[in-house]
Design a protein around this ligand. Structure first.
Ligand code: SF4
Ligand code: SF4
Length: 169
């Protein structure tokens, strides 16, 4: 997809995801009840296929619109990397959300540079490394998170669309 087309697609993604919401909810409810035996394998395949043609540097929508949560191991590792005291790191960049998790104070993420590179890539939070979680095991267990991600991540949207075709329920 050309950059301009891709940016348009990104803008339309929340609406596209909204239109598919009921269908996706139904699909995942069925998937949860009867997950195929080879679901982990199928998801690895779909994830790899989709990310082979996804340019995250062109997108960075996850870093711009939703942040990761920071585990205590993330906080220790990143503050050490930045040569900051943990409390100073927390006070500068983080806040506590309604689930009592540490999340970013500001969006887009303070560590995203103007060319969509992550300035702390090697030590980034675990949740950033794993986003959008489409290659995780027992994928059927994270249905609501995935449905939410179809509005943010074009790759997650595409993977869910392909799932419905490849693994009809
Ligand atoms: S830490 Fe890096 S990968 Fe994670 S949201 Fe920020 S810029 Fe994106
Ligand atoms: S993981 Fe998804 S939302 Fe994040 S940059 Fe890649 S395609 Fe975009």
């Amino acid at each position: 997809m050309e950059n301009e087309d891709f940016q348009k697609h990104l803008e339309q993604l929340p609406l596209l995801a909204k239109k598919k919401h009921a269908e996706n909810k139904k699909y995942f409810a069925k998937l949860k009840k009867k997950p195929p035996k080879d679901l982990d394998y199928q998801m690895q395949e779909l994830h790899q296929q989709t990310f082979a043609h996804t340019n995250c540097l062109e997108c960075a929508n996850c870093c711009k619109t939703t942040g990761p949560l920071f585990t205590s191991a993330d906080i220790t590792r990143i503050s050490k990397h930045l040569k900051m005291k943990e409390q100073q790191f927390i006070a500068t960049y983080l806040q506590i959300d309604e689930d009592n998790d540490y999340v970013l104070k500001e969006l887009p993420c303070s560590f995203l540079d103007h060319q969509n590179y992550c300035m702390i890539y090697d030590v980034r939070p675990k949740a950033c490394r794993e986003y959008p979680h489409t290659d995780r095991k027992k994928f059927h267990q994270i249905a609501s998170l995935t449905i939410k991600n179809t509005a943010i991540c074009p790759a997650a949207y595409e993977i869910v669309e392909k799932m419905k075709k490849n693994l009809p329920m």
